[in-house]
Ligand binder design. Structure first.
Ligand SMILES: [Mg+2]
Length: 247
């Protein structure tokens, strides 16, 4: 069974963004969103009666600007913020990040290839431009996180991110599934990163399916080779379900 086979009107579709729907870019803001991806997501949103949500480490505001004019239900900053189908956004309580920010900025000052990203609710240290600094970044961020109750360190692709312990993609997916129009549906979650593994496990425990995009070990039961293959899969699903072919 492929994702296309499984996509039915009683499904809820949860989608990571970077590395899943779009190719990862050297800089986070350089990501390119193909116009036909917006059209595909719009068609799926109609087909599933609104039960399509983006579940990302990015803030919701960035997801919105990439997908505009499309506005989808979304969980941002790994679930620290979540906007339901009713358009209301819920924020988890903010944890003081001062200790972590000082450490991350000090490291970036010494190593200009590092990049600190501050979000509402998390601080990410990106080392994509300096992969040799991975160990240094992880150790420093881990030590800083341990100084601050309520924070945990999340490891992603070329990034170490301090976030509230209560924020995670699996919890965000479960929260969506308690609300209309997601409640009672079979959850499908597609992601590419270590941070998505908890989401795969959760949807599969709930009778759904996890789909891993790209290489690497995973608990997901299905795999797609690349974001491009993922976009094609979604487009095929739209066409097969009677949607118009996307030009
Ligand atoms: Mg991703």
């Amino acid at each position: 069974m492929t994702l296309t086979d499984l996509l039915c009107p009683s499904c809820a579709l949860f989608l990571d963004f970077d590395g899943t729907l779009v190719d990862i870019a050297p800089q986070p803001e350089a990501v390119v969103v193909p116009a036909r991806l917006r059209a595909t997501l719009q068609a799926l949103h109609s087909y599933l009666d609104g039960a399509v949500a983006v579940v990302s480490g990015r803030p919701i505001s960035q997801i919105d600007s990439f997908l505009a004019p499309l506005v989808l239900p979304a969980a941002g900053v790994h679930g620290a913020e979540r906007r339901g189908a009713d358009g209301q956004t819920v924020h988890l309580p903010i944890v003081d990040m001062q200790e972590v920010e000082v450490v991350a900025r000090a490291l970036a000052a010494r190593h200009p290839a590092l990049r600190v990203e501050t979000k509402r609710g998390s601080i990410a240290l990106h080392y994509r431009q300096a992969p040799e600094l991975e160990g240094l970044c992880l150790d420093a961020m881990q030590a800083a996180v341990e100084q601050t109750p309520g924070l945990t360190l999340l490891r992603g692709k070329m990034v170490a991110e301090a976030k509230p312990a209560g924020a995670s993609k699996d919890k965000a997916i479960e929260a969506f599934l308690r609300e209309a129009p997601f409640a009672g549906r079979t959850p499908l979650f597609v992601g590419d990163d270590i941070t998505d593994e908890v989401g795969f496990a959760t949807v599969q425990r709930l009778g759904g399916l996890g789909v891993k995009v790209g290489e690497g070990s995973t608990t997901a039961w299905q795999r797609l080779a690349s974001p491009e293959a993922m976009r094609l899969e979604l487009e095929n699903a739209v066409v097969l379900r009677g949607g118009k072919a996307i030009a």
